[in-house]
Design a protein around this ligand. Sequence first.
Ligand SMILES: [Zn+2]
Length: 526
Amino acid sequence: MDVTFYGAAGEVTGSMHLLDTGTDRILFDCGMFQGRRKESKEKNKTFPIDRGKITNMVLSHAHIDHSGRIPMLTSKDFSGRVVTTRPTADALDYMLMDSGHIQESDAQYLNYKSLRSFLYQLEQNNVKQSVTNKEKSTIKKLLKKNAYELNNQAIYKLQKQHDLDIVTPLYTMDEARQSLSFIDGYPFQYPITIGKDTTVKFYVAGHILGSAFSVITIKKEGKTFKILYTGDVGRFGKPILKDPTLVFDEEDRDIDLLITESTYGDREHEPVEDLGASLKKVLNDTFDRGGSVIIPSFAYGRTQELIYILHELYDKGEVPKHPIYVDSPLASNITKVFGEHPEVYDKETHETFLEKGKNPFYFDKIKFVQTVQESMRLTQDRTSSHVVISASGMCEAGRILHHLRYKIHDPKNTILLVGYMAQHTLGRRIQELGFENTQTGEKDNAPEIKILGKKYPLRAKVEKIGGFSAHADKHELERIITGSNLRVKKIGIVHGEESQSAAFAKILQQKGYETIIPKPGDKIPL
Ligand SMILES: [Zn+2]
């Protein structure tokens, strides 16, 4: 009996581990690799396991780096079930469809770009000189329906006609839709059969709505084996969600192998309590200047935390009640899922909102923007103060780009960063250049930021609020192991960059634990 590590081994994305009990093969998570486009595309393309031989799958939570390759699992030979918690199952309806949509549009955009440069080349050879802007625009018009929409049919036809390579998506929206019928949601702390004499029980992990620790029990030849897979671990004392579990059922206390994440295995977070006060200051300062606050935010988790804290501030009358717009269809849908699962909220949320008959995510000043037309109208509103929460979180795509395009030049406005901005993203550029500028108070020499191919001066204030992280820091990760009622024999450390996993292993070794940091393809025996 062993566990093999196929993803998130020595890195933070692509979570996928396989338990082989001798009788059954149980997959833990089926995530997508994310990061540099070309490299991750290559890694996502091949499914490393024979799908027909997987009995069932256990899913820790709905983030795409843990769930994004489910449509690839279910599209070929797999006849098992995907077992997860109820809120996660509900969220997947939107997360996987959105992912299918992104895969399709990425492929379409790549096809458009390669065909466009092929046609420019063709034109150049015909006229024996470089292509004029007029000719370029004629070609673009042929391939596009309007400024934002590609003419995919025309592109496909021309690619065929010229015998060009066609990029296909990792999976389509149709495949994503089909995969949804494989997913079953179950309550927490309830044993579910996933193989011969093998069960899984979910405990609250506190990372995002529905996220779970999975305790797998295998009974074999008169012996009982237990594995605890953490998935991603949340923080203690955050709004909305219950804290990560520290008290496990008596029969689940002896863990033979604990597989833990280590994203922040070497880091300490700021305390979570300051969020309301920091948010209040940013809003009041911006509204005093007559400006608006633009918040790029992840659709799942971060957006709902912001809504929750804003709701509290508005209720207490701590900020002027200007309208708040959530402008991301995915964020609006996920907020709906939050509203449907009060069973996973913490005590404070129940006391502050539910017991007073209030839904934490809906109040009179909040508006969920649906159509593109509504969104475009909002981007052009430059006179009345408001708050916009929009995706994507790192400003790589989506409606946030249009809000930035129309508001970034105006020093009255604030761009508020509430999440991690990875290298080489627009969010990171705004963070680096904007901070410098906000600090020096420089007005004449505004840095230029390129959005959708055009340059804009960054004159809006750039502010950042930390403490929003959904991942436990090193102390909180350690608390699950040493501060809970678990008795752990062996620990496999995954889901972390090398330095983070190694530092966390060292902490655990000093406490006397046996630790292993598996590389891709490595096995840990039981
Ligand atoms: Zn996650």
